[in-house]
Structure formats: C-alpha cells, structure tokens
Design a protein around this ligand. Sequence first.
Ligand code: SF4
Length: 172
Amino acid sequence: MGLNSTRAEAERGILLTTVEKMTRWAQKSSVWPATFGLACCAIEMMSVTSSRYDIARFGSEAFRASPRQADLMIVAGRVSQKMAPVLRTIWEQMPEPKWVISMGACASSGGVFDNYAIIQGVDHVVPVDVYVPGCPPSPDALMFGILKLREKIQMGLPPKYLELAQEGRRTS
Ligand code: SF4
C-alpha cells in the first residue's frame, strides 16, 4: 500500500496494523499479577492498586489468587528455602506466555539475609524478566518495572524462560 493511500485511510479514521502487533498490544495492556507477597516489599506492592498510584491505568490491577488466571509473578520479599518449591510450582501452573518481576533486594539477591535459610536470588528458582532494586522499592519503582515489562512485550522480546530455552539453558 502506497504512502498516499495509507494517509487517506488514516484521514478516514482507519488504523492499519498486523495481528502480531495487535496481540502484543493486548498482552501488554492486561498483564495480571499473581499475588506473591513474601515480606515487607509486599506492602509497597499492594500500594500500586490504590488510587494514589492507580496501576489500573496500565491494566494490571487484577491481582489473581489463582496462578491459572495470572501471567505475571511479582516476587515481593525474601524467598526462604521452604518457599522455593512452592513458588516454582505456582510459576509452572501459570499459563504461557508469563513473566516474573523480582521486587526488592531480598528477592533479587537475598538482601541483608545472607544465611542458610534464604535463597540468594529468586532467579535460582524461576527465570526473572525485570529486577526492581530497593529496600523496599517504592510503588513508583515497581510501576516503572511494570512499564519496562510492557515495553519488552510490545517489542516482541521473549519472556526470560523462552530466551533461556532458545539458548538451550535450564530455567532454574
Ligand atoms: S528488600 Fe527490604 S523491604 Fe523488601 S523484603 Fe527485603 S528487607 Fe523487606
């Protein structure tokens, strides 16, 4: 289609795109988090649903109690050795495509809990797409992380677990 005819279509209020771009737009506009608050970071995570931060603007206010209805796991807080297999099972129960945000120092690296009971980074358990630094990260920081994830989805970049699989590497 030539430039002139594209302009003519736009002037008539018609938008042209591809099915792939449309799908990505729909996916990034309705990323539903699974509830996975594990410690103090979870309080900041909960704040993003309040009217002050209003994560509903980005279609992600629907925190789901069932992994079957969620495509984003926000790991908010320290991950204990006992919790790790539970977290992994819940991640496996989420339908594909799915993404993981590691929220805060504890989830990303164990934080101040450098001991035998705490996993030193949730990426030892599940593949992480976005790391949000801080102790705790502010709600704004988490929202910035979600916006980065949306950019990744819109660009068509694969979730981390697919990226690892394409490289022939294990997902944990
Ligand atoms: S990073 Fe800080 S606020 Fe978050 S769970 Fe760890 S100690 Fe708590």
